[in-house]
Design a protein around this ligand. Sequence first.
Ligand SMILES: [Zn+2]
Length: 426
Amino acid sequence: MRHTKTGLFIQFLVLNLFFNTYGQTQGSGKTYLVINGIWFTGNGFVKQTFYCSNGILAAKKPNRVDSIIDLAGKYVIPPFGEAHNHNVEWYGEERFYKLRDRYLKDGIFYVKNPNNLPKVPGQLAGRINTPQSIDVSFSNGSITAPQGHPLGLVKRNIDREVWTIADGEGGFYYSVDNLKEFYTKWETLKKTKPGFIKLYLLYSEEYAKRRTDSNFFAWKGLNPAMLKTMIEKIHKDGYRVAVHVETSADFHTALLAGADEINHTPGFRAKEDYGFENYKIAEADAKLAARKKIAVVTTMGTAIDNIFKTIDSLPYKATEKEMIIHNLLVLHKNKVRLAIGSDAYGQTARFEIDHLKKLGIFDNLTLLKMWCETTAQTIFPGRKIGYLKEGYEASFLVLEGNPVEDFKYTERIMMRVKSGLIMRNL
Ligand SMILES: [Zn+2]
């Protein structure tokens, strides 16, 4: 590609990149000089110049520059993430590519699936974790109690003949009633090469009451008394642990047991007759979660959506809304790391962020930091992603305007760059 100093030609080059790259990705190993972009610093935006060299952001000029990308005063932010969705699975090529393109269109490059059939990563091999696709971290099978969550879903899928019996125990989940069972089944789960481990706690304050009661089928989880020992063993073997919670007691137990990530804000599907007070996070627990640098994945979009739809007809929805706001704010005010995840199969994290925004308790900068920084970090904690800094992966979104001034601009994505490669337009 030719270089020139005339603005007009550079402008042409920009248009060329924006509009003529469909169906292809710019060749790998190309080095770009990115000029006239206004880059997100984590606090605001500043005009900066960056190089993309070997897929990494560089501030200093590399030996060779292949092309110049003139961003013409547009805004650059790190890519978004979806920290909780089970929809990355395999129902054939067409369905997967549709899903992939939906994520990429939303600017979501990183996805976490915290419970999937162990064969899914193999089925998607070559189709994910490439510069043209989404990067996905899978837990594979989860660990729960006998007759615990998510057995309701498993049963439905087996009844519908979408899954077989073999997809249940030892596939999608491992049920353990005691530590001896855990140690045995853990060795099998480990062999599936999970990216992290998913454990289930549900109404752990009623563990004894629910344990053998079939009325609580799929509404129970692990014995809270053995959680700490389990997590210690999993950590010793080198894995991070995400713990599913429902109530504030579950949150407390997961926290003390050493969870790295808590899946769901307590009360994400609260039951009115259980008492909304029983889902409220204690201030002391929020402080402890912040000290332990635990990430909490929100998954509140569905509940918020439902509240807005029903608050006029169902009086108790006001109390539920108050509980949700309390939980999100007590975490945020105490500086707990909040990551964006929707857990909504037919949606992406776009749905989650839109509903958190609609709740009206977070400003645009806070939402942006949660979605770009914390979410990416809790999906791939070992990678240099989530920030636009020297030495970080050259992955970013170019927006038409400033998303801190108007969050609508997070939807107006003009260009997507992943690992230094310019993506085709979507
Ligand atoms: Zn889930």
